[in-house]
Design a protein. Structure first.
Length: 139
């Protein structure tokens, strides 16, 4: 399952970057409000990365928020797109929500406790990344 989560996270990142910086004519269209689409894309992406790399949740949080700003700025490279701070903030908010949602989900998975999630952020392994966590907390 860990390998599938990692693949899904990286594919999602590639899709988000493509959709964000591609010419407007190549952007997919749906019935959802565009702000919701932006937030949802970053929420899913950051959530997948957090589930795939649970020990790196804080780095994922920082990188996806900074990435939202950078990807928005990259829109200046195309003539049909324009970067806006409001759009970047919506994307960053979605990224934060995704990390928080994934961390919440991890607490309810079999074998995961709030203590495990906290301990994992300090370098201990989980069922997701294939490393064992000692029951008594020792390395």
């Amino acid at each position: 399952m860990a390998a599938l989560l990692k693949i899904a996270a990286w594919i999602c990142l590639a899709l988000v970057v493509f959709v964000t910086i591609s010419p407007i004519g190549l952007r997919p269209h749906d019935v959802l409000p565009v702000e919701f689409d932006r937030a949802l894309a970053f929420c899913i992406m950051s959530g997948l990365f957090t589930l795939a790399y649970p020990r790196r949740w804080l780095s994922i949080l920082v990188m996806t928020v900074l990435g939202a700003m950078l990807i928005e700025a990259l829109q200046t490279l195309t003539s049909t797109r324009h970067a806006q701070l409001a759009d970047a903030l919506v994307k960053a908010g979605g990224a934060v929500a995704g990390v928080l949602l994934a961390r919440s989900i991890m607490q309810f998975l079999p074998g995961q406790t709030a203590e495990d999630v906290t301990r994992n952020s300090r370098g201990r392994g989980t069922a997701f990344d294939g490393e064992a966590v000692e029951p008594d907390g020792r390395p």
